[in-house]
Ligand binder design. Structure first.
Ligand SMILES: O=C(O)CCC(=O)C(=O)O
Length: 281
């Protein structure tokens, strides 16, 4: 997706999503990036902003069409085969799940994900100040495995009234069904402490949890202070591939530091706005 950091026609139009004014220069850089990548005022409907604020997650809809989905699945399988036991190592390996890491650097087919204007509008709604990509990873819970403890992606604590630091999104490459290990989320839990500090057993079902059952191609964004986790793939033969596109407030380290991971070829094809989003020169 093309874009540049030239001054936009209007840099003030994101004020409604809460960019603090105390760091004008940083806020203006973020504004220019979002503008260059097509994030227009009001792009994220008020109802979806409200869902993110109140529940801590929102389903954006089916943003991947069949053609793109086919390509993404192909890439997923090719990378798993090529990387073997190294797959996922850049971020995290998990017993019972096939994982991929650092997908930013593994194909142009992924560019439309981490630069998607609706996604960026939702991320901006949650983090509400300059942010950057933290990681783009893949995950496929294998039959008979994949159950995770409820967790939040931010473990350092957050005082009441402090801003949110992280926001994640999940891009479904397969249908998520009651059988194959859909994601569970606890609505409203983004305002609570980390589940490890609150729950006796964070692996147990939670009375308030909801499950993301949706067709392949669907994208959900969740404030990742919201308690969430993968569930067991109870099928005998179904995959449940997904990509996690994860963002962090700019003042914090990224999960996969792109400056260390980006190849020269990838760096060369990126626009200034894309490089800003990755926090690379
Ligand atoms: O894939 C999912 O459903 C969630 C995965 C997750 O939260 C994690 O791997 O930390």
């Amino acid at each position: 997706m093309a874009g540049d950091l030239a001054p936009p026609m209007c840099v003030a139009h994101h004020q409604h999503v809460g960019v603090p004014v105390e760091d004008n220069e940083a806020a203006a850089d973020m504004e220019r990036c979002l503008d260059a990548l097509g994030v227009r005022p009001g792009l994220l409907p008020a109802s979806q902003r409200e869902e993110l604020d109140q529940r801590g997650y929102v389903v954006l809809g089916r943003l991947l069409d069949d053609e793109w989905l086919t390509l993404l699945r192909q890439h997923f399988e090719e990378l798993i085969a090529a990387e073997g036991d190294q797959a996922g190592l850049e971020a995290h390996q998990e017993e019972g799940a096939r994982r991929l890491g650092n997908l930013i650097d593994k194909g142009e087919v992924f560019d439309g994900i981490w630069t998607h204007p609706l996604l960026l509008a939702a991320i901006h709604q949650v983090i509400a100040r300059p942010f950057k990509l933290s990681s783009l990873n893949g995950r496929d819970a294998l039959p008979g495995a994949g159950h995770q403890a409820l967790h939040a992606d931010w473990r350092k604590g957050r005082a009441a009234g402090d801003p949110y630091h992280v926001c994640n999104s999940i891009w479904l490459l397969d249908d998520f069904t009651p059988e194959n290990g859909s994601t569970r989320l606890v609505p409203g839990s983004h305002r609570r402490r980390h589940p490890d500090e609150v729950l006796v057993d964070s692996r147990a079902p939670h009375p308030d949890e909801v499950h993301l059952h949706a067709p392949a191609g669907t994208v959900a964004v969740f404030n990742s202070h919201t308690w969430h986790g993968g569930t067991e793939n109870r099928s005998t033969n179904l995959s449940r591939r997904a990509l996690h596109c994860y963002f962090v407030a700019r003042e914090h380290p990224a999960q996969t530091e792109p400056a260390e991971r980006l190849s020269v070829g990838t760096r060369a094809r990126l626009s200034p706005a894309q490089r800003y989003l990755l926090d690379v020169d």
